[in-house]
Design a protein around this ligand. Sequence first.
Ligand code: HEM
Length: 225
Amino acid sequence: MNTLNRRCSSSLGKKYVMAVTGLALFGFVVAHMVGNLQIFLGREILNGYGAFLKSKPLLLWGARLGLICLVSLHVWAAIRLTQDNRAARPVAYAVQASISASYASRTMLMSGLIVASFIVFHLMHFTLGGVDPEFLEFRDGAGRHDVYRMVVAGFSTPIVSIFYFVGMALLCLHLSHGVSALFQSLGLRTGHWVRAIDLFAKAAALTIFVGNCSIPLAVLIGLLK
Ligand code: HEM
């Protein structure tokens, strides 16, 4: 246990923790987006999917606990690595050393913490009923939770949709660098893979932005009612 603790606490260990938890969270974001896009297939399909997930409580709660652990470890490693970097270089360079680093890479901690606050709002909005408790009471003709109606009602308020667009833009910025960085930390971003991995990271971030924003946008323009 002590050896594992020491390994995780070393800078290299923290980078691995960041990379592995980041990869798993990226997988969740992709799977969640694909699940949500079923809204375009209609109420029946989306509500059926929601009911299916809730019919497997062990799986659902396992995934929820797993996600809480992943987010906590990811944030812990990010904060500790930033502290380590600052301690190793107490005096800032006269000329900003990050001049060649991208905006996304320089703002990882900030964009990550804002995405984490977006997730807290998102949970209040659609999972805990903190924004409108009625959302959790919506039922469809088959007596299932009407997820379709909840999402349409949730995004019908323009300010809420705008908040989601901003959250998705920051998530996209975070992933455009984060996905490249995790391959780097795992030692896989080398040689002729560098360009391909960086391109993949940017394409994946953009796909997630477009896919997720298409839902509130479709509600705002009246495509989803
Ligand atoms: C516009 C984009 C999104 C839509 C329409 C959406 C929709 C939803 C809905 C409807 C639920 C509740 C499911 C239910 O209880 O029936 C949910 C839960 C959740 N969403 Fe999203 N989501 C979006 C983006 C995101 C993003 C970007 C993240 C993470 C970065 C995320 C993380 C979560 C989490 C962690 C839960 C809780 C899952 C659970 O334990 O029940 N969502 N989302």
